[in-house]
Write a protein of this length. Sequence first.
Length: 719
Amino acid sequence: MNKIPTLYLLVLLFGITVTAQEKKEQEKDSLKTLKEVIVNTNQYKYKREKSTTVSKMPLNNIENPQVYNTVTSELMKEQVVTNFSDALKNATGITRLWESTGRGGDGAEFFTMRGFSVQPTMINGLPGINNGSIDPANVDNIEIIKGPSGTLFGSSLISYGGLINIVTKKPYSRFGGEISYNAGSYGMDRLTADVNIPLNTDVSVRINTAYQKENSFQDAGFGKSFFFAPSLSYKVSDKLSFLVNTEFTNRNSANAPMLFLSRYAPLSFNSMELFEKNYKKSFTSNELSISNPTYNLQAQMFYKISDQWTSQTVLSRSSSSTNGYYSYLFDASNGNDFTRFISKRNGETLANDIQQNFIGDFKIGKLRNRLVVGVDYYKSDIQNGSSGWRGNGVVSLTDGSDTGDLTQAGVDNLLVGSFEGNTIAETKVLSAYISDVLNITDKLSVMGSLRIDNFEGSINYWSTDKIKSQTSFSPKFGVVYQIIENKVSVFTNYMNGFINKAPVSVSDVDGTNSRLQIFDPEQANQYEFGLKTNLYKDIISASISYYNIDVKNRLMTDPNNINNAIQGGEVNSKGVEVSFTANPMKGFNVIAGFSNNKSEVTKDNPGDGYLGLRPEEAGPETLVNFWANYTLTSGKLKGFGLGFGGNYASEYKTLNRANIGTFALPSYTILNSALSYSNDKFNLALKLNNVLNEKYYSGWSTVTPQRLSSLTAGLTYKF
């Protein structure tokens, strides 16, 4: 193993083995947490010890049998983060596979964790659809929730590896805010404002807004966006309160097409040489842009029924549109050329969600129960009216030549008469769920949860056949024992996830007896056990866990009939994750993580080429993240800070098929540093990303160059 991740792992394990110290008794949890709208005043900048969304009830991390990481807004400010992907580099065991394409249906960024691809589709635990890039201006913290989570979050928007949930900033009771300006490499300019205005003692409004423009590090490409997010809190009475969060994004970008390695012929590349030669080539033009206007609305009503029960009623509505040019480059299987395919995409995704939750905190005898009972109705419509696909030239990696027409007029002329038709893919999901955390003793708690989920409609927008009605059950169990109360706990969990599968048209071997085949939902079951700590008066928080995920009922080609599809495919994904945050001395903060994942297709048709191999969506086997910052808190240099850290990823097989070949992206270590000065009114920051100007790549059957060294300077005025 590389020396760098080994060193990081030793640091993390040291944090977990530290002896616990005495601490004052923590206050009891209260459902009041659900309806309070305040600014987080946690003195520890790199963590949030409690979440109301991970388990849909207020629960401290140390008593939660599920593993999750948080990336806080304080950490993002310290690192001068200007995009969502850079924020997630602080979370354990997650990395990006694909950048945002802007295309309809699934145009947002793709990440991978615990061996499975996932997109950021949840805001405050509710659906938040996005076909472009997410602006971090309204983010209080990001929760990376690990493992199959179908019991509380369903199946339509998450993955077996977990989910990414954005917790937004909330209004608070005093006037305040800040205005920031960042300037950086590649023509980057970013202006943000965060203003909170209390209208009276019961009503507050908070507005977060951002404007950003930036060019690519390659020879063409850009991104330009405007973001506006007003939110409102209204306390009607001691029992009734409302919280409304809205987000409007208008983004326009020209994105470099991804280079897809051939999936249909033996691999003709055996090194990175030609890709490195064209590292700064975008193979696009700024005329071929795509726009992604997005709108999210969430309205929540909290009603305190009694001291033990609270009602939460939620309405969520999302809209994300796609309008513009999307292209990709496909391997011509000759070791040099890639053919460009291009389309003008036009579509919109609409999502509506209604939830009713009853959250209780009560005792039966001497046993404390924290219970959530809920009903959820989710409906989405994916509308598509795009042009068809046309070939637009050939790119040569040997000499960098391109025979395509990259003007808007030329592409429009090429696409004349090409049309996919108008389609609408509708999905309806009605679910009911219950989850109870039962304290058998003050130190021992047991969680039991169950979801009943009924699905009807289309799986995706290109599927012409619908599921009339399909019911799934999703259980979840967990046990937590606090060896030292509120300090050290051991936990185990059993969690389930599921995915409804689109019907497939099949026939007999000779092509006769054509019919529509309906399939059972795919299932994933995880067991996990580990240790969580919160030591030295909350100064050190850490977790270490081992997980094992078995996926069954995967579709595969019938080995006896090429015209038929059957269920029976299986995948196993297992691994170890270590997370660590610390505030060992005043002004000094550390966050770090280590993960190692073993993922394998364990049952499949050998002819499909995947059996016994690591799935391409699983990403790098080993990931390491580290960041440390020290800010002087006294003396003449008070307020000056220095930060340093980085990320490591092991070699990754972006294409991995027995019948095609294997192509590996090399391992990499990226180092970053920051300088800052802060006082009560101003903050100055200077951030250098990719200090060593390392060339590195991401991909998912693709090869995508990542950004070279960049410098960002920021100025913030606080009021």
